[in-house]
Design a protein around this ligand. Structure first.
Ligand SMILES: C[S@@+](CC[C@H](N)C(=O)[O-])C[C@H]1O[C@@H](n2cnc3c(N)ncnc32)[C@H](O)[C@@H]1O
Length: 372
């Protein structure tokens, strides 16, 4: 991988070349493993030029800033890039660099102007918030890095601006991941990551961006029925509806409180969500009734015993095979891909795609299957 610093020099050159150039360099964050899909979405929906992909991050340039970038589904946050580095030392000397780069290397008035193109200029006394996220083993703490960012930002906003922790008009983020750091002005708000439908939460509920990636990989036609047989709080069904409110979706779960959560969430999107209380190994659906199912199975590490999970996956795939049409597709998220593959191969399913992601620090797999 080339240095991010090369990228930053390119961006600085761009700023310097033409003050009226409407293009902007941004970065988006997503779940680690989804960068490739997020990059494709940025290219196709924003006509963005993807410059670099890092774990959980896509750096890109757009010809013009617009609110369309807030409607991306496969990213969790979008930022205007202020500075970046991929040569942190992990030692305290990094802190001096953070303050220096923030203070000296960024045309903040220009970035604020660009921010106002996406968000109306705040009325009354503007508020700001400085945020630092840090992953990896560094000799300094996250709070030290945040203090360095604060030092660098001194005098960058007018003195009348007030610091505020919640719902600030302007947020500057410093994201540190191992030897990489990116600093930017946040364009998105909490709704991009959490969506507006997520009213009811469940402990094993999926991150919406992962559900959106799974629906994307299912390549559904607008009126094709999509089934989630173990729907939990309904995140996958909701992401399908966000792509087309009239798309037919069916969900089911063995737990009534999960179905109630799904109902609460889906009612925000449609009038009468079709949700059924069932055991997914014996669904009241006809043979070959469903063209596509997308689901997130209980993880092996939640169940514990590997033999138990293999037997459960075996029963589920047998039932999925019964309800799926010939050539029907199944997009399934698991943490034990071998157990799922054994069950799928027993029915001669073909694996079409597999994307490895990281959730809560563990590897998980979105597997795309086609029935014979
Ligand atoms: C990992 S969660 C699904 C999370 C969901 N994608 C979401 O975002 O909320 C798995 C779900 O499977 C359900 N479940 C477990 N065994 C089941 C079975 N035999 N039949 C139907 N649902 C089952 C659980 O109640 C749980 O809601």
């Amino acid at each position: 991988m080339d240095d991010i610093e090369d990228e930053i020099s390119y961006i600085k050159g761009m700023h310097a070349r033409n003050a009226h150039d409407p293009s902007a360099v941004c970065f988006a964050t997503t779940v680690v493993g989804l960068e490739g899909l997020a990059a494709q979405e940025i290219e196709s929906r924003l006509e963005g030029e993807v410059r670099r992909q890092l774990p959980g991050i896509v750096i890109f340039r757009v010809p013009e800033l617009s609110r369309a970038m807030l409607r991306l589904r496969l990213v969790e946050d979008v930022f205007l890039l202020a500075w970046g580095s991929d040569s942190l030392t992990y030692r305290a000397v990094d802190l001096k660099q953070f303050a220096h780069w923030t203070a000296k290397e960024v045309p903040w008035p220009k970035l604020l102007q660009a921010h106002h193109q996406v968000h109306a200029k705040p009325k009354g006394k503007p508020t700001y918030h400085l945020v630092c996220q840090m992953h990896g083993k560094h000799a300094y703490r996250r709070l030290d890095a945040l203090k360095a960012l604060k030092r660098g930002m001194e005098g960058k906003f007018p003195s009348s601006w007030l610091p505020r922790d919640e719902d600030a008009a302007v947020e500057v983020w410093l994201i540190i991941h191992g030897k990489q750091a990116l600093c930017g002005l946040r364009l998105s708000d909490k709704h991009m990551r959490h969506r507006t439908y997520k009213e009811a939460h469940r402990p094993a509920s999926l991150r919406p961006v992962v559900a959106a990636a799974m629906v994307h990989l299912a390549q559904l036609h607008p009126v094709e029925i999509m089934l989630d047989p173990l729907c939990g709080a309904g995140t996958i069904l909701a992401e399908r509806l966000l792509m087309g409110r009239r798309s037919p979706v069916i969900g089911g779960d063995a737990d009534r409180s999960a179905l109630y959560a799904a109902y609460t969430n889906l009612r925000i999107l449609i009038d009468e969500p079709m949700l059924v209380h069932w055991n997914a190994t014996e669904m009241p659906l006809g043979k070959h009734a469903i063209p596509c199912l997308v689901t997130n199975l209980p993880f092996g590490r939640q169940i514990g015993d590997p033999n138990e999970i293999a037997a459960f996956y075996g029963e589920l795939i047998e039932e999925f095979d019964r309800v799926l049409q010939p050539q029907g597709r199944a997009v399934i998220l698991v943490d034990d891909p071998e157990a799922l593959a054994r069950a799928a191969w027993a029915h001669s399913w073909q694996q079409r795609d597999r994307v490895q992601i990281r959730l809560l620090g563990h590897p998980c797999y979105i597997m795309v299957w086609q029935k014979n």
